[in-house]
Design a protein. Structure first.
Length: 328
């Protein structure tokens, strides 16, 4: 009786989110223990994916974006090519530079730029939250080459999908940024920017910071690769429809969902699921973003709201584009 009361008291001290997360963790643990061989196979696949695709595609951009922000070159970049971003988002030069780099280079470069700028006193917490909401999308190389040319055998498919994702991100990000910043007044003395780093210290610091972020990204890719692999077995066991399986996989992890979506008999439905996955980005990417920004006290409500709305908007716009432009 005492044990029961103790357990009830312990559960009563936990929030609903903690309880849900605890049950999900136990569920994932049971899945992996029940299907250890499959989990190991997908872990090896995740390691291979990191070595062949993730690191070559992201690491150079992480280093270069860090150099631009820490070296003080970001404002000059914005003043030359990103003036429309300042008009759209009504944010500072550094924030607009972070959004631009995030859109050009793909996730989690935008989050990394925002975190670095915040650490140096170049951005307020509210501006960083706006950057996160607007900048974290798949890279053009992934959507155009990997998804369009490789999976769908149609490079035009990838180009239109990338443009749709960019448009959806800009629209949702701009709306959330304007609503967010309208409620916040940052006083002139709030931000205390550090002097830009110089010389060898700038380069070595950029390499170190990019390496730490790259390790986090690869860790999440490997874990979610194993999770989606064993989760797929469960969906097959309950005879889940292929379209629902593709959607749930895309909800968890982007590349796996894209791979499933392109094999659906209904190509239009597969394209819409691919667009939703690209706009939503997947829980794996969201965990990467949270890790990159960990310990800074950011609110991620605007980020998750932007990704949820962006996923739906991207699916709607791309569905119209597929019918109008006869992409598939």
């Amino acid at each position: 009786m005492t044990t029961y009361r103790t357990q009830k008291h312990v559960l009563g001290t936990l929030s609903h989110g903690q309880i849900l997360f605890g049950f999900l963790t136990l569920f994932c643990l049971a899945l992996i223990l029940r299907n250890t061989d499959v989990a190991m196979e997908y872990i090896r696949y995740g390691l291979s994916l990191c070595a062949r695709t993730v690191i070559p595609a992201l690491f150079p951009f992480m280093v270069l974006s860090e150099l631009l922000i820490s070296g003080g070159f970001g404002n000059a970049l914005v003043s030359v090519i990103a003036l429309p971003f300042k008009k759209i988002f009504k944010l500072s030069d550094t924030a607009c530079c972070s959004i631009l780099l995030g859109i050009l280079c793909g996730f989690p470069v935008g989050a990394k730029c925002a975190a670095s700028a915040y650490d140096r006193g170049l951005l307020s917490r509210e501006e960083c939250e706006c950057v996160l909401a607007a900048s974290n999308i798949p890279s053009s190389a992934f959507l155009i080459s990997a998804v369009g040319a490789s999976l769908w055998q149609n490079r035009r498919f990838g180009v239109v999908l990338y443009l749709t994702v960019v448009l959806s991100s800009l629209v949702t990000g701009a709306v959330i940024c304007r609503l967010r910043m309208r409620r916040v007044v940052v006083s002139a003395g709030t931000l205390r920017a550090e002097a830009p780093q110089r010389g060898a210290r700038l380069f070595t610091s950029a390499i170190r910071s990019a390496t730490e972020s790259m390790l986090l990204v690869c860790a999440y890719v490997i874990f979610f690769s194993a999770l989606t692999g064993v989760f797929g077995l469960v969906l097959e066991g309950i005879r889940c429809p292929d379209s629902l399986k593709a959607f749930l996989t895309a909800f968890l992890e982007l590349s796996g969902g894209m791979s499933h979506a392109c094999t659906l008999e209904n190509a239009s439905l597969g394209a819409i699921i691919s667009a939703f996955g690209a706009g939503w980005a997947g829980l794996s990417v969201h965990c990467q973003v949270l890790s990159v920004c960990d310990g800074r006290g950011f609110s991620f409500h605007p980020y998750f709201l932007a990704k949820a709305i962006g996923g739906v908007l991207c699916a709607l716009l791309f569905g119209i584009a597929v019918r109008t432009l006869s992409i598939i």
